[in-house]
Write a protein that binds this ligand. Structure first.
Ligand SMILES: [Fe+2]
Length: 135
């Protein structure tokens, strides 16, 4: 899903990210739309990675977004559902950075595997409990 436009991605999007910036966006209609939205900012900082993380909320549902009128939700379920990997673009001023581009996209994804320093944090959408992390 992509916020703030509150849409499910229905065709694959492949991003090539180097040194914290999206350098290529490949795929079909959804990729073209994402590229157009970012290019529309006319600011290279729109292509920056803002923050990443994974969801821990078991009561949140990835399918909730489709059950509400777009004006009736901010997408809290989609942004926080258990096991998602959320990738975002644009500003980093709230984290102490200097990028202030106004467009901020949150992109929660399902069934991802996430590794930190080669250690799995999420495997195919299943969060690895802390006690199973290697010290
Ligand atoms: Fe965000």
């Amino acid at each position: 899903m992509v916020f703030p436009y509150k849409e499910y991605v229905r065709t694959p999007i492949t991003l090539r990210i180097e040194r914290g910036f999206i350098r290529a966006i490949e795929g079909g209609l959804d990729a073209a739309y994402l590229r157009s939205v970012l290019e529309g900012q006319r600011d290279p900082d729109a292509f920056a990675v803002s923050h990443v993380g994974w969801g821990l909320t078991r009561n949140a549902r990835w399918d909730a977004l489709g059950q509400y009128d777009k004006n009736g939700t901010e997408g809290q379920d989609a942004r926080g559902f258990y096991g998602n990997f959320l990738f975002s673009t644009g500003p980093n001023v709230s984290g102490g950075g200097i990028r202030a581009v106004p467009l901020h996209l949150d992109v929660p994804m399902r069934r991802c595997s996430v590794y930190l320093d080669e250690q799995p944090m999420v495997l195919n959408g299943d969060v690895i409990p802390t006690e199973r992390h290697i010290a």
